[in-house]
Design a protein. Structure first.
Length: 166
């Protein structure tokens, strides 16, 4: 999972991506970006997302996303396909216009995060909750669809039910 989340985080930093695995894997550089489908996400909006992310360990302990980036992108078909490409290891160059739509924030020590300035619409929120047991990395990525309304704050809780990849 660390490798997948690192790839996604690097891709966001360099290229701007995230999505839900619902399409066949395809190289991200081959995914056409439709600017018209993303116009409603451009610019600064008045909506926000506040949330918390954590996973429960088998023994009942709770581990948060403390210090992990939270990546937020439009919940469009383009970003869903880019995410699938990233998960399959086929991430490539992302369209610069898509990169500008990605938002990023960080989880605090308690696993809380806030993202502001979002336009109304469907957004994908992802982060990673990880820990080590001996030399083995455990935990993984969490991903959730969140509907944001202009002028309102959407609350989200990412937990075991939102686990999508190791």
């Amino acid at each position: 999972m660390f490798k997948i989340f690192s790839t996604i985080s690097l891709a966001l930093t360099l290229s701007g991506c995230v999505a839900v695995p619902t399409y066949s894997p395809v190289a991200a550089s081959l995914i056409p970006f439709d600017e018209a489908a993303h116009q409603s996400y451009e610019g600064v909006g008045t909506g926000s997302i506040t949330g918390q992310a954590f996973l429960r360990q088998k023994g009942g302990g709770v581990v948060t996303c403390a210090g992990s980036p939270v990546i937020i992108v439009p919940g469009t078909a383009y970003f869903r396909r880019v995410m699938e490409a990233a998960r399959s290891g086929a991430i490539g160059q992302i369209d610069p216009a898509a990169r500008a739509l990605a938002k990023q924030t960080m989880c605090d020590a308690q696993g809380n995060f806030t993202a502001t300035g979002l336009r109304g619409g469907d957004w994908l929120v992802t982060t990673s909750v990880q820990w080590s047991v001996g030399y083995a990395q455990q935990g993984g990525g969490l991903l959730k669809d969140v509907m944001v309304e202009d002028g309102k704050q959407a609350a989200v809780l990412l937990t075991d039910a939102d686990f999508y990849a190791r």
